[in-house]
Design a protein around this ligand. Structure first.
Ligand code: SF4
Length: 228
């Protein structure tokens, strides 16, 4: 599978924030979000190297961290994720998979971190065919239902404006059964100032609904840098 970068850092987002982790970032994505902060690994992906499952496992073992984050791009594009997660699980690594929740594979994982994409992700201004593809792919609520029924999960929504919260509610109503405490509202931001400006109203809303505010701690710790 195509691996754009493999590095160690602290998990900056979600329930396992602060966990020392090895990140495996795969290349390629089936979406084209306007706010993508890893375009080098998603729709502009020309980087990285093709590694076998054995090579990835060996590099992960060399780092020595017990938590592995499989991220992208969209890691679920690769069927090799199945043997990779099996091998990692056999070696007793804790596995997080970060996905937009549009694709399903019978992987092994301890936490599936799903970030369903709202309409604020639409790449307005991109060629029509690109916008159409994004809109066709982004909303696979039936896949999200399956994933959250099989794995420990978190549902992470990227919020830019207060009106996005209405769309989150509509989405959750359609989703059906879910645990409110596992709904994370994350500000759309690539710098600390923008994140803090949004933090107040998102936190207030999250607390009132029984959800969680989800800061992007990697911005606080390292700024908007690759390899973090
Ligand atoms: S799903 Fe994630 S990796 Fe893919 S384009 Fe959107 S933000 Fe980028």
């Amino acid at each position: 599978m195509r691996v754009v970068e493999l590095f160690q850092s602290k998990q900056g987002e979600g329930l396992w924030t602060g966990a020392q982790s090895t990140f495996v970032r795969t290349g390629g994505c089936n979406l084209r979000c306007c706010f993508c902060d890893t375009t080098y690994a998603s729709w502009q992906c020309e980087e990285g190297e093709t590694l076998t499952v054995e090579e990835i496992v060996e590099r992960v073992e060399n780092y020595g961290n017990r938590h592995v984050v499989l991220t992208g791009g969209e890691p679920m594009l690769y069927s090799e994720l199945i043997p990779l997660t099996e091998e990692l699980a056999k070696r007793e690594f804790r596995i997080t998979i970060e996905t937009a929740g549009t694709l399903d594979l019978p992987v092994k994982c301890d936490l599936i971190s799903i970030s369903p994409k709202l309409s604020n992700s639409t790449p307005v201004g991109a060629p029509e065919s690109v916008v159409r593809l994004h809109e066709t792919n982004r909303n696979r609520i039936e896949v999200v239902r399956k994933l959250i029924s099989r794995y420990p999960y978190q549902l992470k929504f990227v919020v830019d404006l207060p009106e996005d919260l209405l769309e989150v509610e509509e989405y959750l109503q359609r989703l059906g059964e879910f645990d409110k405490r596992l709904v994370l509202l994350m500000p759309m931001a690539t710098d600390v100032r923008a994140m803090r400006l949004k933090a107040e109203w998102i936190t207030a809303y999250a607390q009132a609904r029984g959800y969680r505010y989800c800061p992007r701690m990697q911005l606080e710790w390292y700024g908007d840098r690759r390899g973090t």
